[in-house]
Design a protein around this ligand. Sequence first.
Ligand SMILES: Cc1cc2nc3c(=O)[nH]c(=O)nc-3n(C[C@H](O)[C@H](O)[C@H](O)COP(=O)(O)OP(=O)(O)OC[C@H]3O[C@@H](n4cnc5c(N)ncnc54)[C@H](O)[C@@H]3O)c2cc1C
Length: 413
Amino acid sequence: MEEFDLIVVGGGAAGYFGAIACAETRPGSRVVILEATPRVLTKVKISGGGRCNVTHHQFETKRLVASYPRGHKELIGAFHRFQPRDTVAWFADHGVELKVEPDGRMFPITDSSQTIIDCLERTAHDNGVEVRLRTLVQRIEKVDEHFLVHTKEGTVLRSRFLLLATGSMPFGQNLARDLGHRLVDPVPSLFTFEIKDPLLEGLSGTSFPRVHIQLKVAEAAQDFQQEGPCLITHWGLSGPAVLKLSAFAARELFASHYKAQVQINWEHPLKFEAALQQLETLRQQYPKKRVSNENPFSCTRRFWEALLRESGVQPAQLYAETGKKNLQDIARRLTGTILTVEGKGVFKEEFVTAGGVSREEIDFRRMESKVCPGLFLSGEVLDVDGITGGFNFQNAWTGSWLAAQAIAQSLNS
Ligand SMILES: Cc1cc2nc3c(=O)[nH]c(=O)nc-3n(C[C@H](O)[C@H](O)[C@H](O)COP(=O)(O)OP(=O)(O)OC[C@H]3O[C@@H](n4cnc5c(N)ncnc54)[C@H](O)[C@@H]3O)c2cc1C
């Protein structure tokens, strides 16, 4: 039986970062990563559309935790010890410079996720971390103070400390369940809304810098609201405001089979009365002008024309021919279109699962299990997830760093 100081199950972002942080903090430690598949860091590779959105330029803990629909309370203390500023510094110390985009997302300056993979693989290698591929952990048992890790290939590895970083795969989560943990059922988070509505027809690619969306899900205790950029796609709606809603309402939408209603103000914060007032002023000033040629709002011409069409305004109609009811219809649609969500679409740049090992059973100061001492958990295996923008990797970096410090300290004592 082989003996290790730390066995890491899972060769993703969380597993690598934890293994490296432990080996760096306590040089000479025997650390091994066991990865079921033939490749490590596969999600890092495809992340952020192949650019890897490593973290988010949000260094204020209070604001940072607001981006985690599940885990915001528990992460407050954790982020006080390792937060995005530390991630930026860590990667800089290891030769990777990150840049920030206008919306706060941070990427390697190379715009390539391979840069992050190379950095993690090189640093693991330089610190003596052993990586075993095609090594599926099938069973873990705790005998006295030690974990015995049984692989599918029939080998048994032994260690006092274990970092479970198996991501959202049910098989990995079941390892935690078998060690006494409660699992919160998994449901998807970060998805787009499938909507078929005449208003959206032919408008794919139209974007709005700031919409307000209210989401009503039947039988949900509350409505959900978000504001931010929004994009019309071939299938419905996407963009940060929609993705945030999908994350915060992940469970309710799952329960309703992704049937819901949204009310959208495309010109947020413009109110109905103010929009109507602007239209009435135009009608008085330019009665001889075509409504389609005089758009007083910031939306695109294509969207304006669709709005007029759905409000019953003819393409050649003049303002003088447009009654109050018509104007009210336009203002109502602009500031409060009601659309029916019929299903969930995919967001290719990022996708996570809500659910996993219950947060109640984790000591977030050390990322150690409260029910199975010596077992540490980090990343998507836990019932913690963030909205899109680099928050999910930050959860992995922070959790694994904290776990590694606690493990290294225990190894020294
Ligand atoms: C398409 C896509 C794009 C994304 N883009 C971003 C982004 O840009 N920014 C961001 O912050 N987040 C992004 N995410 C989310 C982010 O990738 C995850 O939150 C993060 O990878 C979780 O890391 P992890 O190490 O916990 O899990 P994973 O990356 O899933 O790694 C877990 C590893 O454990 C292995 N494993 C599981 N069970 C066993 C077992 N029994 N034995 C051995 N090995 C096992 C798996 O094979 C896997 O390699 C994206 C996700 C997807 C799917």
